[in-house]
Ligand binder design. Structure first.
Ligand code: FUB
Length: 305
């Protein structure tokens, strides 16, 4: 998916830019993409890598929309980490999903009082927000999972609604967890379970095609993207191999997969803006994703165009 980003000066909300090259945005560093197809548009959500120092420096999330994957409109900041009053900050990875005309934003933040990362959920009537905390408390905290060796093991929510209406949330670092969500999308419904996948690091993403469930994730560190397939959302998951190679000079590699207007897109980040880009100054890229006849996925060909 190519383009020459002509957006180097874009800074104002509701401004339109053309993205014809990877990285697709060059006016800001953008990380941890998640995407939602709603009606005739794609909504692309990303964390804002503010580039103020080494290490993650992320306070806000960003939202862009497009009718064609090339012309993008940047909207007002839809959500900030501190909009969760119980959070200390840190706008890490998130995903937005629609249910019954409402948009639910599941996000990783640092909890103010329960040590470690936590997952919150915000809600809006519009895919571009503004979003408001839907619970007033975290949905998932570091003390709810048994794997408490690291403070950032409850991160990177991925939410999936199956054809029968049952919603699931997957998340984790090192250990991959999942649980059912109630119809209200703001409460867990039942036990937290774990899935074992080779070299799971973080960044799960779940999608479904032709009766197959796909679970893609960041693999090892520095991260590649790998994936597994299953005939059931509850597994067993069969590891299918590497999907995307190391993301250049970014240690992390964080993907979203969507179908839009007849094509499948693989949306990820790298450190591609040079000079300046890197592990904490990341940029969203988009390439095509293609399937084999048996439903397995061809390796992503990363392009600069
Ligand atoms: O952006 C902060 C963290 O880096 C995310 O939550 C991870 O997926 C990794 O990309």
């Amino acid at each position: 998916v190519a383009s020459t980003a002509s957006a180097s000066t874009l800074a104002d909300p509701d401004t339109t830019l053309k993205a014809t090259a990877n990285p697709i945005f060059t006016h800001k560093y953008t990380a941890d993409p998640a995407a939602l197809v709603y009606k005739d548009k794609v909504y692309l959500y990303a964390g804002f890598d503010e580039a103020q120092r080494e290490g993650y420096f992320m306070n806000d999330w960003l939202v862009f929309s497009s009718p064609d994957m090339v012309t993008w409109t940047e909207h007002k900041v839809p959500l900030r980490a501190k909009d969760f009053t119980w959070a200390k900050g840190e706008a890490w990875a998130s995903q937005v999903i629609e249910r019954d005309g409402k948009f639910y934003w599941f996000s990783t933040v640092e909890h103010a009082t329960i040590p470690g990362k936590a997952i919150g959920v915000a809600v809006s009537d519009s895919p571009i927000g503004p979003f408001k905390d839907a619970r007033g408390s975290a949905l998932i905290t570091n003390d709810m999972t048994t794997d408490t060796k690291i403070s950032w093991d409850d991160i990177d929510p991925a939410v999936f609604i199956d054809d029968n209406g049952q919603a699931y949330i997957f998340w984790g670092n090192t250990t991959l967890h999942y649980a059912k969500l109630k119809k209200n999308m703001t409460e867990l419904d039942g036990p937290i379970k774990t899935i074992k996948l080779p070299h799971f690091t973080e960044a799960p993403w779940v999608h479904k095609r032709n009766g197959w469930y796909y679970l893609s994730y960041a693999y090892q560190f520095p991260e590649k993207t790998a994936y597994a397939m299953s005939k059931s959302i509850e597994g067993p998951w069969e590891y299918k191999g590497i999907l995307n190679e190391l993301a250049g000079n970014s240690n992390t590699n964080h993907q979203a997969i969507i179908d839009f207007k007849g094509k499948t897109y693989f949306i990820y980040h790298n450190g591609g803006i040079q000079p300046g880009g890197g592990s904490f100054r990341r940029s969203v890229c988009i390439d095509y994703l293609n399937y084999n006849k048996d439903g397995s996925i061809k390796r992503i060909v990363m392009t600069s165009e």
